[in-house]
Design a protein around this ligand. Structure first.
Ligand code: SF4
Ligand code: SF4
Length: 93
């Protein structure tokens, strides 16, 4: 049996304009509206359930503002990172 693939979902939080396209298109409901406003006052998308990610990149392709970057990441457990100016919020599970 092959190991489950793992992914890193990175969110460049200050680019997000909270349009919701990524949340709507994600087939496995990884993404959600976050609870912190970005520099533009929008509540940036967060990769709330990274372990559900299947690496399809639909979120990356549909985002008009290049907020999301999805990469295959070694194996093991997937992880989400929300990158702000001076800190990174990490989502696991
Ligand atoms: S790559 Fe696919 S499964 Fe993963 S968060 Fe984006 S839309 Fe969802
Ligand atoms: S990450 Fe992109 S697609 Fe998703 S809500 Fe923000 S601007 Fe819209």
């Amino acid at each position: 049996m092959s190991a489950k693939k793992a992914y890193e979902i990175a969110v460049l939080a200050n680019r997000c304009k909270e349009c919701g396209l990524c949340i709507s298109i994600c087939p496995t409901k990884v993404l959600a509206v976050g609870s912190k406003p970005n520099l533009k006052g929008f509540y940036a998308t967060v990769p709330k359930y990274p372990d559900k990610c299947i690496g399809c990149k639909l979120c990356e392709y549909i985002c008009p503002d290049y907020v999301l970057i999805v990469k295959e990441d070694g194996g093991g457990k997937s992880i989400g990172r929300v990158i702000w100016n001076d800190e990174v919020d990490v989502y696991e599970g």
